[in-house]
Design a binder for this molecule. Structure first.
Ligand code: UD1
Length: 340
């Protein structure tokens, strides 16, 4: 089977490309490199010994389908999209245009080409403020979301459901990721955020490597184990394997799956785990809570465990070890090698 990965050069896309190639799939990557690097694809080729056809295009642009005219594929994993929460509040129209038009263009293209298998990169952010924990797939979606990024994920889920109702052969999985962290254990591919990282693990990694002075911990007054925010961190290799499992188990209709571990960790627990894995101190200070943050999110991953035969197998300690391997050997991400 040949799988088109939109946004396949990004953090989750590149790790998924690697897992699919190792399982004998062929992959094609489409990416506009607005927040990703061709070097990531090159390194996946190096790790797997496979060649990855690469198409540079913006899927949200009018006529984007034309660039894929000569390219055959049997299934699509749709990662492409903008993902910075704060930026989405500042640039809502850009976020909606990019994240919705790319999906609309893709659905047109799939219908034209008779491709019926789709795995969509959704997010636990569609659940908004948790009404109960752990969150299963029955938790209300799209209620009181606080930013356009989150809305765009919820809207894309609805668009895919409507498209499937009109085209019953379409088989789609909506994968609601909890908090992806870590890297391939080789340290050759990993998360390479542009500018100051918004997310916890890449920020901690940059503090540990000495690129940033200290972590700001956003609040210690939450009703959690130590007062800091609790999240369900999932190793990116487990997440990548979840995509392969979803692809293998696609059945007609639209099915949502949580991809998470079912275990929560606090900010300070992540700090300590990273210090232990790296052998470096991670200085921090407690600052005010970040607007829009919730105290705790934890997945109920039982549906994916049972229906996809998938579960997480890697620990937070392994995620910290692998994130450190990536950060310490690529202190400037993919850029250093490209400019060297
Ligand atoms: C964020 C997004 C979510 C998105 C996900 C992608 C928000 C509100 N949510 O999730 O929509 O899908 O990223 O991975 O932005 N923290 C600090 N200091 C930091 C950074 C984070 O204390 O410098 C804390 C946060 O308060 C939170 C935890 O670390 O308790 C995790 O934060 P982060 O990695 O940004 O993920 P989320 O906010 O859960």
């Amino acid at each position: 089977m040949r799988v088109l990965l939109t946004g396949g050069a990004g953090y989750i896309g590149s790790h998924t490309a690697l897992v699919l190639l190792e399982r004998g799939y062929r992959v094609v990557v489409l990416d506009d490199f607005s927040n990703s690097s061709v070097e990531a694809v090159r390194r996946v080729e190096e790790l797997t010994g496979e060649t990855i056809p690469l198409i540079e295009a913006d899927l949200a642009a009018p006529g984007a389908a034309a660039v894929l005219s000569g390219v055959d594929f049997d299934a699509v994993i749709h990662f492409a999209g903008l993902k910075a929460v704060g930026e989405s509040v500042q640039q809502p129209v850009r976020y909606y245009r990019t994240n919705l038009d790319s999906t609309l263009n893709l659905l047109d293209l799939m219908a034209e080409r008779g491709v019926a298998k789709l795995v969509f990169s959704s997010s636990a952010t569609v659940y908004g403020d948790p009404r109960y924990l752990p969150q299963d797939e029955q938790h209300p979606v799209g209620v009181g979301l606080t930013n356009p990024y989150g809305w765009s994920k919820a809207m894309n889920e609805q668009i895919i459901r409507d498209a499937q109702a009109a085209r019953p052969e379409l088989a789609a999985a909506l994968l609601r990721y909890f908090n992806p962290v870590g890297a391939h254990p080789s340290g050759r591919i990993g998360e390479d955020p542009a500018g100051i990282p918004n997310n916890l693990m890449p920020y901690i990694a940059q503090v540990a490597v000495g690129a940033r002075e200290r972590l700001s911990v956003f609040g210690d007054g939450y009703p959690t184990v130590d007062g800091t925010g609790v999240r369900d961190y999932i190793h990116v290799m487990d997440l990548a394997e979840g995509h392969a499992a979803a692809l293998e188990h696609l059945t007609s209709g639209v099915t949502a799956y949580n991809l998470g571990s079912g275990t929560g960790s606090s900010v300070l627990e992540v700090v300590r785990a990273f210090e232990a894995a790296s052998g470096r101190p991670v200085p921090y200070e407690i600052v005010a809570p970040r607007a829009g943050d919730v105290a705790e999110t934890v997945a109920d991953p039982r549906k994916a465990n049972e229906e996809l035969g998938w579960r997480t197998t890697r620990t937070l300690a392994e995620a910290c070890r692998d994130s450190w391997a990536w950060q310490s050997s690529n202190p400037h991400g993919y850029r250093a090698e490209r400019t060297a």
